[in-house]
Design a protein around this ligand. Sequence first.
Ligand SMILES: CSc1nc2ncnc(N)c2[nH]1
Length: 158
Amino acid sequence: MYIRKLYTLVFLRNDTHILLGLKKRGFGVNKWNGFGGKVEADETILDAALRELKEECCVTVDRDNLKNIGHLEFTFTGEPTLMDVRVFSATVFEGTPTETDEMSPKWFPYTEIPFEDMWPDDVIWFPYMLKDKLFFGKFHYKGYDTILNYNVEELESM
Ligand SMILES: CSc1nc2ncnc(N)c2[nH]1
């Protein structure tokens, strides 16, 4: 029986590049990641995704242009929390990605994604995102560096 906590994760993409942010503090510090964070009790998942994106890199997306593309669940040996991460992507957005206290944004060519400086699970599910497939992945970690087991499947719909 896990305590489920909701999180968002947003990726901005164009034909050749994906926007990642280098986390400057807190959970996942010094890892390149999408933009996101916790979903607060008083907001929808979509609103949280839009809020975190704006807070972390000053970019705004019209909610109609934010697509829910994946669902990830993370559990950790000996911990009661299940991180329920809703993944979104957008290709149309307003504003220029700007460094904040939280994140240092950078566009990466799809052939140069820095997986060695990202969460270990990313290299497993990114291919689904990059092929525009909907996905559901479950990862069980020991600590924050070792994946004990996982499963990722393509979904026909979210
Ligand atoms: C704690 S395990 C984890 N993997 C992740 N991959 C991408 N973005 C995250 N926020 C992630 N957390």
